[in-house]
Design a protein. Structure first.
Length: 411
């Protein structure tokens, strides 16, 4: 443990490695080429001599920043690595294929760093653990369990399936929320344009009428006057509120708990978020338990993977109770955040010794529930949003045209 810690400190504080392209000759005189990440050209020279490469020409490559490494990139790489290892491809060769086949330079650099660590003697889980931003504790714990049990290919396959399922759920939630948020944002922009530019123009026209304006028109004009005078304050308050809530959410557990609890209480959307959270929770625990990770240790990673602070707090409570001898289902029931069906199915899994399988079925069920709920939400939201836009924007337009209609009736 001390040696590993020292190595990590050296990696963090030492010089940053660079990528070098080299070309040389092997013992038979055949020209060979390759790439190597190292701290300097001298390190590349020494490494190539040990590998039997003679008269090497070494050139430092310019490092393009590339694109950001996304969860989808990691999921795709995990699936590729699992497939290649199940097909009998050696680990280092599988990494070489992944590096050469990557269209994202940032991902290629990341994989090359992991490959270099494995090549120099590190376990795969240790190599992944050096990059916690892309390979979380759950990922590293499962890989370590697979290495210890000699079933790394099966574990990687489970990991790939897990990440694909998580991405699918997140995509559905984002898809369900994107449409109403986008429409509300566009509606706000349209209303702001009407208040700042359109209504003042109508106000100048109405000033020459010499007649009393209808009540709705006066209300809209008063709103427009307020908007024109205090627009910077309105936008500042909205922007500041969003920024403050986002900043506090990242730093304050109390704010995270309040926001996540509030989201769960929202009509329709809260039910979808709850089902997606339970699906992620069950899928994560099922994957780790099936890999042979002890239940208490598995729960350490499950709460964060659920993506909701309410369930993170509940998972910590479950972990504490399970570590003192309480059964999983009793601990889940004590949190009051899991539906009765989930607790009953988990109880059956505990009694039959097939907890991982039953948790997987729970995840499958709630993932399907999320699919159905998102489809129903999309169908429900479209007419509601159309009515909202019609009432708000249509109401503003009618209010501004009422004096013109009144004038036409008089004429």
């Amino acid at each position: 443990m001390a040696t590993t810690t020292q190595n990590r400190r050296k990696t963090a504080t030492g010089p940053k490695d660079s990528m070098y392209h080299w070309e040389g000759k092997d013992k038979t005189g055949k020209i060979i080429r390759g790439e190597m990440r190292a701290a300097g050209e001298a390190v590349v020279q020494a490494t190539l001599r040990r590998q039997g490469v003679f008269s090497p020409k070494i050139k430092k490559q310019k490092m393009s920043r590339g694109h950001k490494i996304t969860e989808k990139d990691i999921a795709l790489f995990t699936r590729q690595l699992a497939t290649m290892m199940k097909s009998g491809v050696p680990l280092l060769q599988a990494f070489d294929i992944g590096i050469k086949g990557s269209s994202n330079p940032s991902l290629a650099r990341l994989l090359n760093e992991v490959r270099s660590d494995v090549e120099t003697g590190s376990n795969l889980s240790q190599a992944f653990a050096k990059h916690p931003l892309h390979f979380d504790r759950l990922f590293c714990n499962l890989v370590a369990a697979g290495e210890q049990a000699g079933i790394l290919d099966n574990i990687l396959d489970r990991l790939a399936l897990y990440k694909e399922k998580m991405l699918a759920i997140k995509s559905k939630i984002k898809g369900a929320l994107f449409y109403p948020i986008a429409v509300i944002t566009v509606a706000f922009i349209v209303i702001a344009v009407i208040m700042l530019f359109v209504v003042p123009a109508f106000k100048d026209v109405f000033a020459n009428f010499g007649a009393d304006l209808p009540g709705p028109t006066l209300v809209v004009i008063a709103m427009s006057d307020f908007f024109v005078e205090w627009w910077y304050l309105i936008f500042g308050i909205i922007g500041g509120t969003i920024f403050t809530v986002a900043a506090l959410y990242k730093r304050s557990p109390a704010m995270q708990n309040a926001v996540d609890r509030g989201v769960l209480k929202l009509p329709v959307v809260g039910d979808i978020v709850r089902k997606a959270t339970i699906a992620r929770w069950a899928r994560t625990l099922s994957t780790m338990f099936a890999a042979g990770v002890p239940l208490v240790e598995a729960l350490d990673s499950v709460g964060g993977a659920a993506g909701n602070h309410v369930y993170l707090t509940a998972t910590r409570q479950i972990q504490t109770e399970v570590s003192t001898g309480t059964s999983l289902t009793v601990s889940m029931q004590n949190t009051n955040v899991f539906p009765t069906m989930v607790i009953q199915m988990a109880a059956i899994g505990e009694e039959s010794g097939q907890l991982d399988s039953m948790l997987g079925k729970i995840a499958d069920f709630f993932e399907q529930e999320v699919d159905d709920a998102v489809a129903a939400l999309s169908t429900l939201l479209e007419p509601l949003i159309m009515v909202f836009l019609g009432v708000v924007i249509g109401g503003l337009v009618v209010a501004m045209y009422l004096p013109i209609f009144k004038l036409g009736a008089v004429v």
